[in-house]
Design a protein around this ligand. Structure first.
Ligand SMILES: *[C@@H]1O[C@H](CO)[C@@H](O)[C@H](O)[C@H]1NC(C)=O
Ligand SMILES: *[C@@H]1O[C@H](CO)[C@@H](O)[C@H](O)[C@H]1NC(C)=O
Ligand SMILES: *[C@@H]1O[C@H](CO)[C@@H](O)[C@H](O)[C@H]1NC(C)=O
Length: 477
């Protein structure tokens, strides 16, 4: 056994431990009891000084129990947690983040697997801090936590910037909230990020919120992933589903992503009012449409710019107001869930609802529906609803083909059952087939109003007419 490399490693690590020159590996083999005890004592001293040194070496991890937080959740831990955070960001650090934001190097505030009751939000003492991780435990709102607050509040309200240079646009950058359970205890919301840049919310379970599970306002690039949100802890079929309220994720900002997230109870799963957000791998069973719930509500009339892909709408659907640039694909709609295009000023432009699956219970529910209570859609351009498949629901599409048999001079194919819009056929292709020999009838398209395509032939002929219509082509094409 050669301890020399190990000992020199210890010496490198510790400035304060004095190791005498007589300390040699061969002395570890005792020839007298006294020597042996001496060596053991020396080793113990070395060991204890090492563990102190280790504390110093790992000082970028702030455990909240060291500040007196109560991991049993019985007493109020707000002050202790805020002290740990204040210490974590107290040190001046070099900055490579956005101007005005201090880079704290990835300092970690650990909740150490405890459950902590808090009566005020967990927030940074100053704005303008970044590269910080808060992780690993449960926060629970106390009975006096106010309803307009969030358990974790990344906002700069009543905070001042830590830096002299003023960045008015962004308050925080690269804050990571990971492996957290947030129990709002029916007092307020879970996480708020206002004007924050590059925030990660990863593997969080957020419940018992009354307002929003997560609110993102302004800022950019809040990535919410691999998380579970629900107002009530349920796995579906809850007898009180009708009374679920709140919004699980409220995106009032641009360029965020919600990926691999389950929303298991809330009146609205995701409310979007900022552009260029992407929703992918989300499972919404937050509140059934029949009870007044919505999976994803896109409140961006006139400029939507939202992509919803590979998601699962489970008895609850999508509502989009005057969609302009919307993409929905690869999604599964179960339990008669459907998509509503809601008219505000009658605009629908640049919409792709393609390659989805819809499953229902033969109640005649249309997979895509128009809500025209505010006025009819009259500004329709580049809308493609196509290539979806249905089981027990009514297929709706902007592209359709119909074939009718007949014998005569007038041929009418009615597309109302399948076409999404009641008018607006933009192109028609038609072919007359007949097995009668020696006739070469002329036939023309006479009328396409009300989604009924009328073809007239100059002579009576027995055969079939095949017609393909499209409502989706651009008016500019
Ligand atoms: C809020 O509740 C906690 C825990 O019950 C208590 O320690 C704290 O003093 C209360 N704060 C106020 C302002 O009532
Ligand atoms: C088409 O109608 C004409 C006149 O009514 C009739 O004579 C003819 O047999 C019909 N042809 C077929 C294929 O049914
Ligand atoms: C097309 O048919 C509708 C009724 O179906 C009618 O009101 C309209 O005048 C027709 N248009 C033409 C050009 O015949």
């Amino acid at each position: 056994m050669n301890l020399l490399p190990l000992i020199s490693f210890f010496i490198l690590l510790t400035n304060h431990v004095h190791i005498g020159s007589s300390f040699r590996p061969n002395h570890l083999i005792p020839d007298r009891t006294h020597d042996y005890d001496l060596q053991i004592r020396k080793l113990q001293q070395l060991k204890s000084s090492l563990s102190q040194t280790n504390l110093v070496l790992s000082s970028r991890l702030y455990g909240v129990t060291s500040y007196g937080a109560d991991p049993t959740g019985k007493t109020d831990s707000t002050d202790a947690i805020l002290s740990a955070i204040a210490d974590a960001v107290a040190e001046e650090r070099d900055g490579i983040l956005m101007e005005g934001i201090m880079n704290h190097g990835g300092v970690q505030i650990s909740l150490e697997g405890g459950i902590y009751m808090i009566s005020r939000p967990v927030k940074f003492p100053v704005a303008g801090v970044g590269n910080i991780v808060i992780s690993g435990g449960t926060l629970r709102a106390s009975e006096n936590f106010t309803n307009d607050n969030y358990l974790i509040d990344l906002s700069s309200s009543s905070s001042t910037s830590s830096s002299s240079s003023i960045n008015t646009e962004y308050t925080y950058e690269y804050i990571t909230l990971r492996d957290l359970m947030l129990d709002c205890n029916y007092h307020g919301g879970g996480i708020r990020a206002i004007n924050a840049l590059r925030t990660s919310i990863d593997n969080c379970y957020i419940t018992h919120f009354t307002t929003n599970g997560i609110l993102v306002q302004g800022g950019h690039e809040t990535y919410i992933r691999n998380s579970f949100l629900g107002q009530h802890i349920t796995a579906g079929g809850n007898p009180h589903e009708r009374s679920f309220t709140g919004t699980a994720i409220n995106l009032a900002g641009n360029d965020n992503a919600v990926t691999d997230v389950v929303i298991f109870s809330a009146a609205t799963g995701i409310l979007v009012s900022g552009q260029a957000n992407v929703i992918t791998g989300v499972h919404c069973y937050n509140k059934a449409t029949g009870f007044g719930g919505t999976g994803v509500y896109l409140k961006l009339p006139g400029l939507t710019q939202t992509r919803i892909v590979n998601s699962y709408f489970d008895y609850t659907g999508i509502v989009t107001e005057d969609p302009v640039q919307l993409h929905v694909s690869g999604c599964f709609f179960l339990g008669d869930a459907f998509i509503v295009l809601k008219s505000i000023r009658g605009v629908v432009n640049g919409v792709n609802i393609v390659d989805n699956m819809f499953s229902g219970s033969n109640k005649g529910v249309d997979i895509v529906q128009l809500d025209q209570r505010n006025g009819a859609f009259n500004n329709i351009d580049q809308v493609v609803v196509n290539n979806n498949n249905v089981k027990g629901m009514n297929l709706k599409s902007t592209v359709a083909t119909g074939v009718i048999q007949g014998n005569g001079t007038f041929w009418t194919v009615d597309f109302n059952r399948i076409l999404l819009f009641s008018r607006h056929i933009k192109s028609v292709q038609y072919t007359l087939m007949t097995s009668e020999s020696n006739v070469f009838p002329k036939y023309v398209l006479r009328n396409i109003s009300n989604n009924k395509v009328l073809i007239e032939s100059d002579i009576a002929v027995a055969g079939s007419i095949s017609v393909t219509v499209d409502q989706g082509l651009s008016k500019h094409s």
